[in-house]
Design a protein around this ligand. Sequence first.
Ligand code: DC
Length: 660
Amino acid sequence: MRGPSKGRTLEAIVEFLDLPPLLGAKGTVRLPGSKSISNRILLLAALAEGVTDIYDLLESDDVARMLEALGRLGIPWSRREGRDDYQVQGVGGSFPVKAADLFLGNAGTAFRPLTAALAFSGGDYRLSGVPRMHERPIGDLVDGLRQLGARVEYLANEGFPPLRIEPGHLTPGGIVRVRGDVSSQFLTALLMALPLAGVETTVEVVGELISKPYIGITLDLMARFGVEVQREGWSRFTVPGGQRYRSPGTIFVEGDASSASYFLAAGAIGGGPVRVEGVGRSSIQGDVRFAEALEALGARIEMGDNWIEAQAPAEGKLKAFDLDLNHIPDAAMTLAVAALFADGPCRLRNIASWRVKETDRISAMATELRKVGATVEEGADYLTVTPPARLISQAAIDTYDDHRMAMCFSLVSLGGVGVRINDPKCVNKTFPTYFAAFSGVTRPVPVIAIDGPSASGKGTVAARVAEALGFHCLDSGSLYRLVALAALRAGVGLDEEGWLAGAAASLDAEFRGDRVFLGGEDVTAEIRTEACSAGASRVAAYPAVREALVRRQRDFRRPPGLVADGRDMGSVIFPDAERKFFLTASVEARADRRYKQLIEKGLPANIFDLSQELRIRDERDASRPVAPLRKMPEAILVDSSAMTVDEVVVKVLDQARPSV
Ligand code: DC
């Protein structure tokens, strides 16, 4: 079992993350704390009388913004060294600092509730965030606060942050109307702030309230801090007067149920069972109902008080679905990607709130799902996803500074294809160790990398090992040979890097069994000629040529596994290979083998010339600046000078088998 490990957060310099194709998912994940619960508890603890010890608080950007803001508003808090446990000294009412400029990033769970609480604090405050935060509506909340006499002004665009809050003439009591059909956070914010007014006030929700379970979390946590709210359905909420928040002393943050969705989906898609710990039957988070949605897709779900486990359907494939997902808007994104693995078109309905989240999630989801081959229909409040017959491998997924886009799309790799996640550090918003946790419960398609100099016998050994294991085989040298052949045929010089790179990128090559085709023509013998061998070694020295062939080589990594031979298999193309070998032999032994092969074929051969040729190629392959031939420290050295092919194959299989 591996949980989200500390210290493995992604640095700002990481531009993308290439996830390998995966064979399946199985294992247990300990979830990080819930974002929604963490930020609500922090605010309530700050406003409460007494000291609150908070355990398992989420460590993430959004929570950091809330902690920072509370500090600036005069709330003393401290963290237990090396732990996710905090102590907050409540002030028993409004904030002590009466003037502050607060930057809240893109944290909606900090921005909305703080706006409401500050409107009741009688000070002069400015609240701003990142540009996307300034595009996320807040007008409905401000309208509600103004009805109570709060003075809130828009500093840029009407209806959107940044905001200025000044002391108003508060007239709480009576009825406040607030819209509930854009974001449930407006209602959450008002409800959490109303006990500060001290007078009975009723909130009436205008329009159909969305994301109701999030209001459930709010009411539950307010109750734990001693404030009761009377609820009539989901349209009227009354906060009786004379109530104050009181610290419950100690409080635990549940695991994040939205974060659980990626792992549960991984279990449903990738075999499983995958178990998440930290949420379960007794959770107060609505997103645990994601498990029911997965069940509707045929997944097998089990649940305990504090854990949930998911396995693939007995029939293997997930069933197509048509679901109203209004109650689980965040976890629903995971279903949009799970739809890629369903047995027919899937519809996600009633998800209009996606449009005002970290990004316009309906549009972002549609764009990125198309990149992996899905057919997507996008509506104002729905998506229809038709899975492709075959996923497109190595799509580069844009994440729109939206943590959930990044986490959702990691699931694509369970389709046995690689996927690139651009700007992966956006997961820091809620789950900084997400990718480490994901790799902890998934198993990559294994690769056995066999690198070594020319004529060391790699090709033969790789083919035999692949056959024995039932794996695919990549003879990467043949790609460089094909580029050289294309140039020779076109009469282009082997120093024309631009042309060569273009040819490499658009190479019309095909591999069928042990035959190699260029433009439909069988060139198996021709690429083995000395002209192509020498040419390949030269074209392989150009960075642009190598770059153009990376993706094509990685495409060979498909279930159940790959044996790849070349010069840089273990160092550049598959650095995460399960097993790496460095196969070599003395120049004399290699020249001798080559000599015998040529003589057998009735071709002229001279052992001295062959040795010279090999030395020159070895030197060029090993001394070039890009991807030079070298033994990786972790590679197993096999010197075949005095070994037969059979002996080498047995040795490689012996060393490789336990891990593949
Ligand atoms: O393995 P081979 O002899 O078929 O390779 C032909 C040439 O291609 C060789 O001189 C080095 C180059 N090559 C490479 O640079 N990187 C690889 N992964 C494979 C081959």
